[in-house]
Every structure is written in structure tokens, then in C-alpha cells.
Ligand binder design. Structure first.
Ligand code: R5P
Length: 281
């Protein structure tokens, strides 16, 4: 039975449709002090598939509750799908005194499950932080689907070298276009991003900026600003976190449309990652 977290309702439905697994309706009770508690629809489970993006600290706790409740309900196998893994970008102690937060949350998730699937983790190596077998799923190819079919001489650009492979995956799935990447640096104190454009010719072309995550929108806004007279500029990402004013920041920068998957369920979610995840269930 698929057990969805509050933040992964649509993806869980899509996964149930793709796989034929039954879909559980989980109830959630909220307490006055801010704590909450989930209740599963069944007390007799064989196999549980917890599907929960950890987009917030509460979502992390909810995922742990779902796993624990599944074991309480007798599940002999608990598979945990973390479509978007929060804290994955804190994959190192960048300064003295800091935690490796990705490792801390991975260890916690590992205690309640037999294996983990996670979609386009920021760095694949975060999978090694889990104490159970963990498989990274590449949903990049899904990002081609919502793109306009009539793009002119499209250029698929990653804002940094790390996302260059993702841009290539989207281009390959789209079927035509060239790829490039910019160079990005981020000030660790202020969070300010500097993106240095490449010398690719952009004028008159449709440009798709591709990244794994769009969070504050700072990276993509900078990247769009570095494009010389594109025909249209689109933003495409696996995880549309879009915190705070990110969406308006992107619009203001001249982005025609933003497309993301349902690993993070937002207004810009345009395609499901379910077909990429389903074969691994
Ligand atoms: C980091 O390297 C990621 O790949 C993204 O580029 C980053 O998370 C985007 O964050 P923001 O939207 O806040 O610039």
C-alpha cells in the first residue's frame, strides 16, 4: 500500500496509477502545541511504500511517523520514496562547528525503512549517507514533456557545471537543440549568487535554463540576466521549491514560464516524476 505524506499527495496518486499498488488515505491530527500525528487506513499491512517529500521539518517528522506506523501495522517491508530530499544541499560541514545535515536526516530516515528511492538528489553521493540501500532516480527526461513543441533553435543551459548533465538529459528527451553551461559561485555569507555566462550565441533563440532545484530563484534570475537577447527564456527544474518571492523574481527577470515536476507540488508543477520512479518500486 502506498502511504502518502501531506506534501506528496499528487505524486502518490500518480504512482498508484503507474504501478497498480493500492493507495492509502492517511489521516492527520493536529495538536494545540503544533505537534501532529498520522493515522494509517489499515492495521494490517504487508508491504508499505511511504512517499513523502521532505520540504519542511514537519514533513521530515511526518515521514518518520508514516514509517513507524507502517511497522506497527505489521508491514514486513517498508520502502521509502523521498521525491525531494530536504537538507540534501547541506552535504558537508562547510565550516567548523557545522553538521553534515544531509547525513543526519539520511540516518534518521534509514532507521524506519528497508530501502530508499530519492529523485535527483543534489549530489548522488548523498545516497551514501543512508544506512540502507538507496537508489537515485533520474527524472530529468520528464522535463522535456511540458516544453513548447515549437521552440526555435533551442539552447539548453545549466547555470553551473553540476547541472550540465541534467541539461543534456532534457535536450536529449526534447530531441533537438544544443547544450551549454555557465559558471556559478555563491557567497557563503550572503547567499548572493554570481553566474558568469558562456559565449554561446543566444540572440533570437529559445533558451531553457535547467537545474535540479529552484529555491530562492537567485541562481536562475542571475542566469537569465546573463542571456543576450533571447527569443524566449524558460526555466525547467526537477524540484520547484520556489521559496518566498522566487516566482515573481523569475517573472521579473523575464522568464516566460517555469516548469517543474511533482517532487515538490507547486503551481508550476507541470509533469509527474512517477513514470521514472515506478519501475523501481
Ligand atoms: C545548487 O547548486 C542547486 O543546484 C541549485 O542551483 C540551487 O539550489 C538553486 O538555489 P536558488 O534558487 O536559491 O539560487
Amino acid at each position: 500500500m502506498i502511504l502518502p505524506g501531506s506534501e506528496s499527495q499528487s505524486l502518490a496518486v500518480a504512482l498508484a496509477g503507474e504501478t497498480g499498488e493500492s493507495l492509502g488515505v492517511v489521516e492527520r491530527q493536529q495538536f494545540a502545541d503544533g505537534e501532529f500525528k498520522v493515522t494509517l487506513p489499515s492495521t494490517d499491512l504487508d508491504r508499505a511504500v511511504v512517499v513523502a517529500s521532505t520540504v519542511s521539518s514537519a514533513a521530515h517528522v511526518e515521514l518518520l511517523q508514516l514509517q513507524d506506523a507502517a511497522r506497527e501495522a505489521g508491514a514486513s517491508e517498508v520502502l521509502t520514496v523521498v521525491p525531494y530530499m530536504g537538507y540534501a544541499r547541506q552535504d558537508d560541514a562547510f565550516r567548523d562547528g557545522e553538521p553534515v545535515s544531509a547525513r543526519a536526516v539520511a540516518r534518521a530516515v534509514s532507521t524506519g525503512t528497508d530501502r530508499v528511492l530519492t529523485v535527483n538528489p543534489h549530489e548522488t553521493r548523498v545516497c551514501e549517507f543512508f544506512d540502507v540501500p538507496t537508489t537515485p532516480i533520474d527524472a530529468g527526461g520528464r522535463l522535456a514533456e511540458p516544453l513548447p513543441p515549437d521552440m526555435t533553435d533551442p539552447l539548453f543551459v545549466a547555470p553551473d557545471a553540476n547541472a550540465a548533465g541534467l541539461a543534456e538529459t532534457v535536450r536529449d528527451a526534447y530531441g533537438t537543440g544544443t547544450i551549454d553551461h555557465f559558471e556559478k559561485s555563491r557567497d557563503r555569507d550572503t547567499g548572493e549568487v554570481d553566474v558568469r555566462p558562456s559565449d554561446a550565441t543566444v540572440a533570437g533563440r529559445d533558451v531553457v535554463l535547467v537545474d535540479d532545484i529552484v529555491s530562492t530563484g537567485g541562481t536562475m534570475s542571475e542566469a537569465v540576466g546573463g542571456l543576450e537577447d533571447p527569443r524566449r527564456a524558460y526555466v525547467s527544474c526537477v524540484h520547484p521549491v520556489l521559496a518566498g518571492n522566487a516566482r515573481s523574481k523569475l517573472a521579473r527577470a523575464g522568464v516566460e514560464a517555469v516548469y517543474g515536476t511533482d517532487t515538490v507540488e507547486r503551481e508550476v508543477t507541470a509533469v509527474s516524476a512517477a513514470p521514472a520512479i515506478a519501475p523501481n518500486l
